[in-house]
Design a protein around this ligand. Sequence first.
Ligand SMILES: Cc1ncc(COP(=O)(O)O)c(C=O)c1O
Length: 404
Amino acid sequence: MSFFRSDKLENVHSDIRGPVFSEAMKMTAAGINVLRLNSGNPPIFGFKTPESIRSAIMDHLDTALGYCDVKGMPDAREAILKYDLSKGMRDVTLDQIFIGNGVSELVSIITTAALNRGDEVLIPCPDYSLWTNATWIAGAKPVHYICDEQSHWFPDIADIRKKITPNTRAIVLINPNNPTGVLYSKDILEQIIAVAREHNLMIFSDEIYDRLVMDGKKHISTASLTDDVLVITTNGLSKSHVACGFRCGWMTVTGPKGQYDDLLDGFFQLCSMRICANAIMQLAIPAALSDPESTQAMLVPGGRLYEQREATCRELSKIPGISFVKNDACFYVFPKLDVKRFNITNDEQFAMDYLHSKHVMIIPGRGFSWPQPDHFRIVMLPDKDKIAKAISDLGDFLSTYQQA
Ligand SMILES: Cc1ncc(COP(=O)(O)O)c(C=O)c1O
C-alpha cells in the first residue's frame, strides 16, 4: 500500500530549494564547499540581529510563556500600528492588524481566507513562488503578469489589463521586489490601484523589504495611496532585522471601512486555529520598529549591504553577455544572459554547470516562473570580497561556456 501527496500540491514548485539546491546539498555532503547564493537568509552570512532585539527578548522572556492573543500581543500590534501610520496609512486601527509566524504563514492565511475555487490572482512574473504556490493550494489560479525589464522591471500595466477576467479577484505586488530588487514608483503604484479600483480587486502588497532601500530612495506603501481599495499589506522582521529564524511577520488590512468585516472574521478564524503566533518573537517587534538605525547602517556607503551590492554590480558589468538592472533595494539582482552567445536553452542546466564548475549555487529564472531560459537570481549576501570573487568566477566560467 503506497501513500501519495494530495492533488492540491500538483502545481506547487519551489526551485529555490529544487534540483540545483539538491545537487548543491549532495556536493556539500561530499565535502565540497559550496557558496550558497540561493536564499535570502542573512544570518548564515554572518549578519547579526541588533542588540535592541536581543535584550527585548531576554529581558521579557517570561511574558511570552503563555499563549497570547490570537491576533498578536497588544504591545507588538501597537508598534505595528504606529509604524503603519508613519508610512502614511490612514484610518488604521488595531483590529486591522494580525501577527503571524512570518509573512509565509500569513500568505497562506490570506489566500485561504480570501479566495474561492476558480478565482484568479494576478501575480508578478518573475514571481516569488510563495504567492503562486499559496494561490494554487487555496484552490485559486495564479495568472502571471509581466514585469518589464526595459522599464526598470515595473509591472506592465497593459499586460495586467489584458489578463483580467470576470474571475480575477486580486493583484499581488512585491515592492521592493524579489527577485529583481527594484523599488516601485508612486506613479506605477497609482496605476495599479486604479486598475484594482476599476475591477473591484483586492491588492496583496508584500512589503517585507520596505526598510532595505538604498540610494536615498523612499519606499511608498501601496495602502498609503488609497482609502477605497482593499489592500492587505504584509511585512516582517526576517530581513530588515536579521531574524529569519524567528518567523516574525504581520499583515495590515486597509480599505473601504465596513466592507471587509467578514474577511477580517475569516482571518481570525484561521489565526485562531493555530491559537497564536510564536510569542517570543513578538517581543522583538516594538524594539525592532523603534530601531531603524541598525538596518540603515547596512544600506549606506560603507555599510555591508550597500558595499555588497556595489561589488556585485561592478563585477557583473564586466561580464560580456550579461546585462542587468541595478537593484534599488534588498539583496537580489536578476541578470539576463545572452542565450545566443552561450547557446543556452536550459537555464537549470546552466545553473548546474556553474555549480559544478565553480561551486556556486544560483537559482535559474524558472524558479521564479520566468518562461525563458535567459535569467537567474543572485543573492548578494556574502561579504563583498566573496561575492565579487563568485561573480568574477562566473565571468571566467562564461568566457568559454557553450551549452551542449
Ligand atoms: C517577497 C517575500 N515575501 C515573503 C518572504 C518570506 O518572509 P518570512 O520570513 O516573513 O516568512 C520572503 C522571503 O524571502 C520574500 O522574499
